[in-house]
Design a protein around this ligand. Structure first.
Ligand SMILES: Cc1cc2nc3c(=O)[nH]c(=O)nc-3n(C[C@H](O)[C@H](O)[C@H](O)COP(=O)(O)OP(=O)(O)OC[C@H]3O[C@@H](n4cnc5c(N)ncnc54)[C@H](O)[C@@H]3O)c2cc1C
Ligand code: SF4
Length: 445
């Protein structure tokens, strides 16, 4: 199937970011693989949500079988390229490596994985062979990691897959959200193109699945159900949440994921007149945008309403952000964004008790930019357009844990819209469960 190529325009701010974990050379990869103890009951495998056979692929790298190593990785995790670069290995595989338990440097599993996959994919397009066509059609809503992984696996089973993506740039947060010092947009798109090349997968961008189609570029859920044998919902999350304080609306206050997306894809992106930024939040998205702004030369303070030890963000990410100049302000919360002639000039911060502002404790902190990183809305309303599909009290799509099937017998779901926002590797693991059940539904296997 002839597929369009997606390219990002040059002049993006993300191009200036250095890779924090660059591709190993051959000598580095061999030396690192030789440190692995090939543990019999390897804890690193248990810590990987996709259960990649880590000692097996590392052994293959050490014996010069790099293509075999890539096959081991990709047969367990079809997005092994982006996971190699984006996974928080410090709290997953490498965090469980026996060396970590001994207080020594763990095996650089992510970097070895990247070495195997990145050196294999462009040279070995036929690493996997799709089964003969089954004549079944599966629709996937959204083109983030959940849908891309599901489409790749379904295509290998011989099914025709059509991915519908409302944005013009595909890939979801893999292309538009991951910190550029880990994974840049073109790298995510290259992996996506490799998955598309596996079989009969068509990717239609600029198509939003809605309850009732009333405008061009919209497709009704009922039409999707009647024209496909199965539907997978990989909707992700929605827009950045707002705090609801005076002065918040207007220029100078940005949502974190929106700002990260601009930084990653907007040609000529610049923060005119911004010397200081105040990032509100304590999760990984807050840490990411704070760190990215610091690397762009901005003086960044991160304001969190509770204490450092209560932060949701990873300790290793906070340490790395601090090394690049990010300052953490604990137990404070903005109660007003102060503007002069419409421009943001300061934020009024109050001290907090149990996460709530204490009246009379306000102080003014000068800043030119405020970034809200306090969570994302849900993008799941459309799920209700599929009869039988339900949302839980937090707006997440309800699925059966073992199969990821929703309350509609033809609809499955996975990724952030189900788990509320985890990692790329979780989206892949959930897609695998859904695909196994879709396969049972379509061909009885
Ligand atoms: C700032 C940020 C940084 C992150 N960094 C990391 C990291 O370093 N490592 C890591 O492993 N994870 C990271 N994550 C998490 C990771 O990106 C997500 O877990 C993962 O992308 C989830 O994949 P998904 O397919 O479920 O959703 P998404 O990637 O959000 O994709 C959903 C797609 O569905 C589309 N869509 C939604 N509704 C419709 C509709 N009605 N019709 C058509 N299309 C629709 C959206 O436009 C989007 O493209 C990060 C997340 C954020 C926000
Ligand atoms: S736990 Fe560490 S040493 Fe053991 S197999 Fe895994 S990577 Fe190798």
């Amino acid at each position: 199937m002839e597929q369009k190529r997606w390219e990002l325009p040059p002049g993006r701010a993300e191009e200036g970011f250095e890779d924090k974990k660059p591709l190993f050379t051959l000598a580095e990869a061999v030396a690192e693989s030789n440190r692995c103890l090939y543990c019999a009951d390897a804890p690193c495998i248990k810590a990987c949500p996709t259960a990649i056979n880590i000692p097996e692929f590392i052994r293959k790298i050490g014996t010069g079988n790099v293509k075999g190593a890539a096959r081991t990785i990709l047969s367990a995790n079809i997005l092994g390229q982006s996971c190699a670069q984006a996974c928080p290995v410090e709290v997953l595989c490498a965090g469980s490596c026996v060396y970590t338990g001994w207080g020594r440097e763990p095996i650089a599993i992510g970097r070895l994985q990247r070495y195997a996959v990145e050196n294999t994919l462009p040279k070995s397009p036929n690493l996997f062979q799709a089964r003969p066509p089954t004549g079944k059609r599966v629709a996937l809503v959204g083109s983030g990691p959940a849908s891309i992984a599901a489409a790749g696996l379904l295509a290998l089973e011989g099914h025709t897959c059509i991915i519908y993506e409302r944005k013009q740039i595909p890939g979801g947060l893999n292309t538009l959200g991951i910190a550029p010092y880990k994974l840049k947009g073109p790298q995510a798109l290259k992996e996506l193109e490799w998955v598309l090349s596996l079989g009969r997968i068509e990717l239609r961008t600029g198509v939003e699945v809605v309850e009732h189609a009333t405008a061009p570029g919209q497709l009704a859920a009922s039409e999707l159900l009647s024209t496909h044998d199965a539907v997978f919902l990989g909707l992700g999350l929605g827009a950045d949440s707002r705090l609801g304080v005076p002065g918040e609306e207007g220029p100078g206050v940005e949502g974190a994921t929106h700002l990260i997306e601009r930084l990653k894809v907007e040609p000529g992106f610049k923060l005119e007149g911004v010397k200081h930024a105040l990032v509100v939040g304590g999760g990984n998205t807050a840490l990411d945008i704070a760190h990215e702004l610091a690397l762009l030369g901005v003086q960044v303070s991160m304001v969190y309403r509770r204490s450092e030890k209560e932060m949701g963000g990873y300790v290793h990410e906070l340490d790395a952000a601090r090394l690049d100049g990010v300052r953490l302000v604990e137990s404070r919360q903005p109660v007003e964004v102060v503007r002069k002639d419409g421009k943001v000039v300061a934020v009024k911060l109050a001290a907090t008790r149990e996460g709530k502002p204490v009246p009379g404790t306000e102080e003014l902190v000068p800043t030119e930019l405020v970034v809200m990183a306090i969570g994302q809305e849900r993008a799941t309303q459309v799920a209700k357009a599929f009869p039988g599909v339900e949302l839980d009290s937090r707006g997440r799509v309800k699925v059966a844990a073992a199969t990821h099937r929703t309350g509609h017998p033809k609809v499955w779901s996975g990724g952030d819209c189900v788990n509320g926002g985890k990692e790329v590797v979780n989206a892949v693991a959930e897609a695998k469960l859904a695909v196994a059940d879709i396969q049972r539904h379509l061909v009885g296997e």
